[in-house]
Design a protein around this ligand. Structure first.
Ligand code: C2E
Ligand code: MG
Ligand code: MG
Ligand code: MG
Length: 287
């Protein structure tokens, strides 16, 4: 922190903060051009069944090849895009791209599911329904194979409206998932009211399974509660065999995490699907 000399009329002048601000402004400006310059790419992370490691679907995760800053993960730009409103255009591209990819893959793997993250901004804009309707008609993917993920914390912003919009998406045969479950404060009542089909347990609960007695209690409780509500359960961020076995002993339907695979390019996922590889370290080494 550098402070201007007394009497010059300046208050505190925070150089690092200013640099940070300028960097954000630049990223915001670059973001506006990114789509046109084809700098975005989707990577796909497999979702597998906890027991065999068989691939059931994939989650589309956005990547930005920034000309100056290199590969950017969504944590560095999604919030900016949400604040500037650009998330709607970017989100539309994500949906179209993922559905086209799913259309191609379902020719060979008809039951494959595609998970797409949507910002609550997209949902509340009212356009999401029209976009989904148009793209689902265009690509004719199997009903029930498009899963839209919405994070728990944002889902509760306007519960009445969100419920209505989710109901409409459900009528299109779209599956709805609550992402990062456990980081928000959903009450049982909301969970019962919302027309969601799937819970994704936030990876923070999985990360400390081995060390935290609380998580060892909470994860089974979340799964039991989700099951009681008729929801399918996915565990995020499974990184080791201890965590997988813990989940396999419970009624957890699906898992996702670096133990199985990180998000990969479409060709790589195809190779995994073609080889019918079960993404378990054990089955991989014995294959
Ligand atoms: P998410 O939807 O909860 O996605 C899972 C994130 O966890 C991904 O990070 C993924 O790479 C990471 N991950 C998966 N397995 C593991 C693991 O075993 N260990 C650890 N440490 N991490 C794991 P990523 O790709 O950086 O995405 C971050 C978040 O950005 C996503 O969280 C999602 O909320 C958001 N996001 C990604 N793509 C999009 C998009 O197209 N639209 C919108 N609105 N948001 C997106
Ligand atoms: Mg997600
Ligand atoms: Mg998540
Ligand atoms: Mg997350």
């Amino acid at each position: 922190m550098t402070r201007a000399k007394e009497g010059t009329g300046y208050q505190a002048f925070d150089a690092p903060l200013l640099a940070q601000y300028q960097e954000r402004r630049r990223i915001e400006q670059d973001l506006e051009l990114a789509l046109g310059k084809r700098q975005f790419e989707l990577h796909y992370q497999p979702l597998v069944d906890v027991n065999q490691g068989r691939i059931l679907g994939a989650e589309a995760l956005l990547r930005w090849h920034h000309p100056r800053l290199g590969l950017m993960l969504p944590g560095r730009f999604i919030e900016l895009a949400e604040r500037s409103g650009q998330i709607e255009t970017i989100g539309r591209w994500v949906l179209e791209t993922a559905l086209y990819q799913l259309h191609l893959w379902q020719r060979r793997w008809p039951a494959l599911q595609m998970h797409v993250n949507v910002s609550v901004k997209q949902l509340l804009s009212g356009e999401l329904y029209d976009i989904c309707w148009a793209q689902l008609n265009r690509y004719r993917v199997k009903p029930g194979t498009l899963v839209l993920e919405i994070t728990e914390t944002t889902l509760l912003e306007d519960i009445q409206l969100v419920t209505k919009l989710c109901d409409q998406l459900g009528e299109l045969g779209i599956v709805l998932a609550i992402d990062d479950f456990g980081t928000g404060y959903s009450s049982m009542r909301y969970l019962k009211q919302l027309p969601v089909n799937k819970l994704k347990i936030d990876r923070s609960f999985i990360a400390d399974l081995e060390s935290s007695p609380e998580s060892q209690q909470l994860v089974p409780a979340i799964i039991a509660m989700g099951k009681a509500l008729g929801l399918s359960i996915t565990a995020e961020g499974v990184e080791n065999e201890y965590q997988r076995q813990f989940l396999a002993a419970l009624d957890c339907d699906e898992a996702q995490g670096f133990l199985f695979s990180k998000a990969v390019l479409p060709q790589t996922l195809e190779t995994l699907l073609e080889a019918e590889i079960d993404l378990l370290p054990a089955s991989r080494s014995s294959a």
